[in-house]
Design a protein around this ligand. Structure first.
Ligand code: IPE
Ligand code: IPE
Ligand code: MG
Length: 250
């Protein structure tokens, strides 16, 4: 970790920095197309960027990093792109598992696993288990994830608990519902970054980002670097989060 020589504190945004950063990693396809190459090549280039960003997190006091890898809507893409992405996810986990473990990264997956192939789900489960004792950085990978799908699944499980008599409708409040979300063990994101110039959230962490700060940047994901990440995280400290209240007088 890069420490400030005087204070021994992590370099970067400091205590006012974001504890949880979420990233919509967009622009892989365009990155490849600009080079006259197949879209899948862009996805491979994009996957290579993840390690550097994970490594940069402790330097900036970011404890939780959540990345959007595949949405519930991405099944609409061609069969060959979807198959290529699924194979990339399998290979990525196989290749990176030991390294993530050694670097103290705790990996979790969010999203609906039901539509993912058995081999991939086994690799995901194994990686979660392998890294479950780590605490340096908490990396959450959203795979077959959609915010509406997540809230719907949570509501369904909540309804089931009521049907079984284990919960009353009177117990249902925001906190109870959040306990049924895939993210139930994670803090809400403080900062959501989207690359590639699109200013939309595409069904990412809808519930959890109610009060997140957003940063939309033009860089395509395969060109995103730790230094750009650091700049964005440091800029966050200047933001004034009011959560619907008014700023206390200085
Ligand atoms: C993001 O890159 C990765 C996934 C959605 C899987 P895209 O594939 O969406 O890249 P563009 O937006 O087409 O450039
Ligand atoms: C969002 O990107 C999903 C991921 C980054 C995994 P998309 O490229 O799928 O989003 P849209 O289609 O531009 O909204
Ligand atoms: Mg895209």
């Amino acid at each position: 970790m890069a420490l400030d020589s005087k204070t021994d504190a992590p370099r970067g945004a400091g205590p006012a920095g974001p504890r949880h950063v979420a990233i919509i990693m967009d622009g892989n396809g365009r990155w490849a197309q600009m080079r006259g190459r197949p879209r899948l090549l862009g996805h491979h280039a994009g996957a290579k960027r993840v390690r550097e960003i994970v490594e940069a997190c402790p330097d900036y006091g970011v404890k939780y990093l959540t990345i959007f890898a595949f949405s519930t809507e991405n099944w609409k893409r061609t069969q060959s792109e979807v198959a290529g992405l699924m194979s990339l996810f399998r290979r990525y986990i196989q290749r990176e598992a030991q390294d993530l473990y050694r670097r103290g990264v705790r990996v979790r997956f969010i999203g609906d696993r039901i539509r993912l192939d058995h081999k991939l789900v086994t690799l995901m489960d194994d990686l979660e288990l392998l890294t479950s004792g780590n605490d340096r950085v908490h990396l959450t990978i959203a795979l077959n994830y959609g915010g509406r799908d997540e809230v719907t699944r949570a509501a369904k499980r909540l309804a089931y608990e009521i049907e079984m008599g284990r919960l009353s409708h009177k117990d249902v409040d925001a906190e109870t519902l959040a306990r049924f979300l895939d993210t139930h063990v994670l803090p809400d994101p403080d900062l959501v970054i989207r690359t590639s110039g699109e200013a939309r959230i595409s069904n990412f962490l809808l519930w959890q980002s109610a009060y997140a700060e957003y940063e939309f940047i033009d860089t395509l994901w395969p060109d995103f670097s730790a230094s750009e990440f650091g700049r964005i995280v440091q800029n966050y400290a200047a933001r004034d989060r009011r959560y619907g209240g008014v700023k206390a007088p200085a």
